[in-house]
Design a protein around this ligand. Structure first.
Ligand SMILES: *Cc1c(COP(=O)(O)O)cnc(C)c1O
Length: 388
């Protein structure tokens, strides 16, 4: 029997029909279905624009470029994230630094940010862009973070790879005015998927136009954005050095179909999260705290092990669970501790909250098609392994 994974895609027969239909249509690369998907996602998160690309990594890259990140600039992000949150700055030849996380939520800690901004102003090394990560789909306290960033003239990108469908104070992640750009991942394990894919949303017309151009070679076909519009029907202009980061209509058809089911898939995730609360009474773990008026997307369900009360190591727990048919995961190895980042001068020990969080964190199975019977089995096995 295949082990129960920590996450998996949810593909319906409607999704499959939508993809087949796309394959039989006139366009298979970026075409009208990409536009429909962009419009639908923009509407879903109440943003003015959505720009579809081939991955969230590409979305982060063109988000940084469109905000003017370049050589000599500094970008800050959270160490408790997937490496792409930091790599995007290096793609632009900028430097990276990190702001430590809150030890309970794993989200960027506003007090750490405030302290670091104050020191950076004194030393004249303020970042151009701050990339905030909504860890596990739990929205960061954006009002506070945005207020601090504005105070120091720092632009904000939200890496909402985990947070499509989340909202805070009734405002959907992706539609607020608390950041310049919000990016989403549509990778297979994320909340909805296009196989590989990403989306950037913004309320700024110029940033949207820049990102549209950068995802397709820096080319524009819009005469109002040309240097020398000739009026010739075939004419287009390259204005910047862009990339081929386009999404296909095949992927967009899958994305549209998935998006139409996002609400019901979210409800399912919420019910799974509610059921996992039972773990608090059964095993030495802390379950995630949800801030008031905050509705997480529950991309991941990350518990923190109370290691002082557990006789097994995390590795033993992982292997014991695998023996019982459950494949756990761990999010994330702090970015600054990877060999590549250490070779740039980062040191283990420099972001202690993120390192402690990593040592405690375990991601339990969380996906819409996880049955309650399977989840009961996960809860029982996990409690047993932790208390034996
Ligand atoms: C998945 C993920 C990414 C990268 O997404 P891709 O679509 O695979 O490029 C970036 N940031 C975070 C936080 C992620 O979880």
């Amino acid at each position: 029997m295949k082990p129960i994974p920590y996450s998996r895609q949810d593909i319906s027969t409607e999704d499959i029909s939508a993809v087949v239909e796309a394959l039989q249509s006139e366009f298979i690369t970026q075409g009208p279905t990409v536009e429909l998907f962009e419009d639908a996602l923009a509407r879903f998160v109440s943003a003015s624009h959505a720009v579809a690309v081939n991955s969230a990594t590409s979305a982060l890259h063109i988000a940084c470029l469109s905000l003017g990140v370049g050589e000599g600039d500094l970008v800050w992000t959270s160490p408790l994230s997937f490496v792409a949150s930091a790599n995007c700055a290096l793609f632009c030849k900028a430097s990276v630094d990190f702001v430590d996380v809150d030890p309970v939520s794993g989200n960027m800690c506003p007090e750490c940010l405030e302290r670091k901004l104050r020191n950076a102003e004194v030393s004249g090394r303020l970042p151009k862009v701050l990339i905030v990560v909504h860890f596990s789909g739990m929205p960061c306290p954006m009002e506070r973070i945005s207020q601090l960033a504005r105070l120091y003239g720092v632009k904000v990108v939200e890496d909402a790879s985990h947070a499509l469908g989340a909202s805070d104070n009734g405002v959907p992640v992706g539609g607020s005015n608390l950041s310049e750009i919000v990016i989403f991942s549509l990778h297979a394990v994320k909340v909805i998927t296009t196989g590989e894919g990403g989306m950037a949303t913004t309320n700024d017309d110029d940033l949207a136009a820049k990102m549209r151009s950068l995802r397709s070679h820096g080319i524009t076909r819009d005469p109002t954005r040309m240097v020398e519009p000739t009026g010739e029907p075939w004419y287009y202009e390259q204005r910047d050095l862009g990339y081929n980061y386009r999404m296909t209509d095949i992927q967009a058809a899958l994305g549209l179909s998935q998006l139409s089911r996002l609400r019901s898939m979210m409800e399912r995730r919420e019910r799974i999260a509610a059921k996992y609360l039972a773990l608090e009474a059964k095993a030495p773990v802390f379950t995630p705290c949800v801030r008031e008026r905050c509705s997480p997307a529950w991309h991941l369900y990350v518990v923190r092990l109370r290691l002082d009360l557990i006789s097994r190591s995390k590795e033993q727990i992982f292997n014991e669970m695998l023996k019982r048919g459950v494949r756990l995961n761990v999010h994330y190895i702090p970015i600054h501790t990877h060999p590549f980042y250490r070779s740039m001068g980062f040191k283990v020990g420099s972001f202690p909250n993120s390192e402690r969080f990593y040592s405690q964190a375990v991601s339990l199975p969380m996906y819409p098609s996880l049955t309650f019977a399977e989840q009961d089995y996960v809860i029982e096995s996990f409690s047993e392994v932790l208390t034996q």
